[in-house]
Design a protein around this ligand. Structure first.
Ligand SMILES: Cc1ncc(COP(=O)(O)O)c(C=O)c1O
Length: 458
């Protein structure tokens, strides 16, 4: 991540051996630096910046490196391993497809594709009637953008405008980045899409539950002030279910006001559920927290249990907007990812993962709340729902808050815990949803120790 570089030099650290962790060597382990150097010779530097650990094996909520050190994983490889790393049901399903063998089918049909889509639509429930499968999350957000625009054209909008939020993130391809508000990251495009409009995010420190609707109306007013004709120029809204870096959810009243508005104007509401979907927030899908139902939503990450599976799920009439053949991809819905996706849904249901995540989420909140009370000069807030949370740091002593968050991430790594390093003033916590209560308590204890050591050593 920009701004902070993790040292690759092996450092002698305290040895650790618990049921859930093992740090038995210097960290990074001997040999790590050399492997990273080889990787950097052949791979674009855009992939750099992560913890200096060479992953060798990952199982349930544990990650192992090449020296056999073992970490509690609070990243889920950025909210992919919801049902656990190396999930047996997923690997068995994949093996069956490989052994058949039926690995690739392009858009030609296979039975496993039928079974998966039936199960996916049943899992999503009404009003969602159809889905379109892809590989990467950014493709799913692009397909969502396309569907919103096609809908706008169909209902005769003069301009197929999409309203999205400042501070958002939808992926790294062109349409996804155009929907992003980060001008630096999308500078490579060279122009702004005149039909993508950003409104302000109702950050919890700015807007409370009572003010959500009023805040939304102000945003509409601001769009009008910018010359937008709200009647003819908007086809839909695209919302990340929560803002990523801080696991920041909207006030319910804000989202409800958007849903009411989009229904009144017969335009679409879409969510980007990439991080929020498939039980992560203690609901099947994160938008359920707002008590609204969108017209369509993009998902990925946890959807495939580790294989590249993403998709758009929506009302049938929206999903059928493209003509036959006008929305497809070579690897879309291949048998391997369909088998994995089906196994993910079966695992979520058979292990009661949605309800269990909601329960574990309460425990995590209690643990983080204790941490906040213990370190009021260092920690500002925590946010989140279910098993996605952020800890927001303050400036402390000689450390700026983003540096402090990086230092804590690095210390956690040295002690056997992987957290999500955001490069900002937050760390993000998102363990596989099958983590045990005991391991979760141990993980928060490691964050506690890490903060404490930073205080002691200035
Ligand atoms: C909210 C959100 N949307 C879209 C994406 C893009 O997904 P992918 O990296 O699979 O293309 C991400 C990835 O982090 C995400 O968090």
């Amino acid at each position: 991540m920009a701004g902070y570089t993790f040292s690759r030099e092996p450092k002698t650290v305290a040895l650790v051996e618990t049921k859930y962790r093992k740090i038995a060597t210097q960290i990074p382990a001997t040999g790590t630096k050399e492997i990273i150097a080889r990787l950097e010779k052949t791979e674009s530097r855009s992939m750099q910046g992560q913890f200096p650990i060479i992953w060798d094996k990952a199982e349930d909520f544990s990650v192992y490196d090449i020296a056999g050190n073992k970490w509690i994983d609070f990243t889920s490889t950025i909210f992919v391993a919801n049902i656990g790393h190396g999930n047996k049901r997923v690997s068995t399903a994949i093996k069956e497809v490989l052994d058949k063998p039926l690995v690739s089918t392009y858009a030609y049909m296979s039975e496993v594709r039928v079974k998966y889509l039936e199960k996916l639509i049943e899992f999503a429930g009404p009003p969602f009637g159809k889905a379109f499968l892809l590989s990467a999350g950014t493709e799913a957000t692009e397909a969502t953008l396309k569907l919103i625009r096609m809908y706008g054209q169909k209902i005769g909008k003069k301009r197929p405008g999409i309203v999205t939020l400042n501070g958002n993130w939808h992926g790294r391809t062109m349409g996804a980045q155009m929907m992003s508000s980060n001008t630096e990251q999308k500078a490579w495009i060279g122009y702004e899409d005149p039909n993508i409009h950003h409104i302000d995010f109702p950050y919890p420190w700015l807007v409370n539950e009572e003010q959500g609707e009023e805040f939304f109306n102000k945003q509409l007013e601001a769009l009008k002030q910018r010359g937008l004709n709200l009647e003819t120029d908007i086809a839909g809204f695209m919302l990340e279910t929560f803002q990523g870096w801080g696991a920041l959810f909207y006030p319910k009243s804000f989202v409800k006001a958007i849903r009411k508005y989009t229904e009144e104007k017969s335009i679409l509401l879409a969510f980007d559920e990439m991080q929020a979907g498939f039980a992560r927030t203690g609901k099947k899908f994160g938008f359920e927290h707002y008590e609204v139902s969108p017209d369509l939503f993009a998902c990925g990450k946890g959807m495939g249990g580790g294989v590249s599976l993403s998709g758009v799920i929506g009302r049938s009439e929206i999903m059928d907007l493209p003509e036959v053949g006008n929305m497809s991809s070579t690897h879309s819905a291949n048998p391997l990812v369909c088998a994995a996706g089906l196994a993910v849904l079966e695992e979520i249901e058979s292990r009661n993962i949605v309800a269990e995540t909601a329960r574990k989420g309460k425990l995590l909140k209690n643990l983080l709340s204790d941490l906040l009370n213990k370190y009021p000069l260092i920690l500002d807030k925590y946010y989140g729902e279910g098993l996605i949370a952020s800890l927001i740091f303050k400036d402390y002593s000689k450390h700026a808050k983003s540096e402090l968050a990086s230092l804590v991430s690095e210390k956690c790594m040295q002690k056997g815990l992987l957290v999500v390093h955001t490069g900002r003033e937050s760390i993000k916590l998102g363990p596989p949803l099958i983590i045990t209560d005991e391991a979760m308590m141990e993980a928060v204890q490691i964050i506690d120790e890490s903060i404490n050591e930073i205080i002691l050593h200035g």
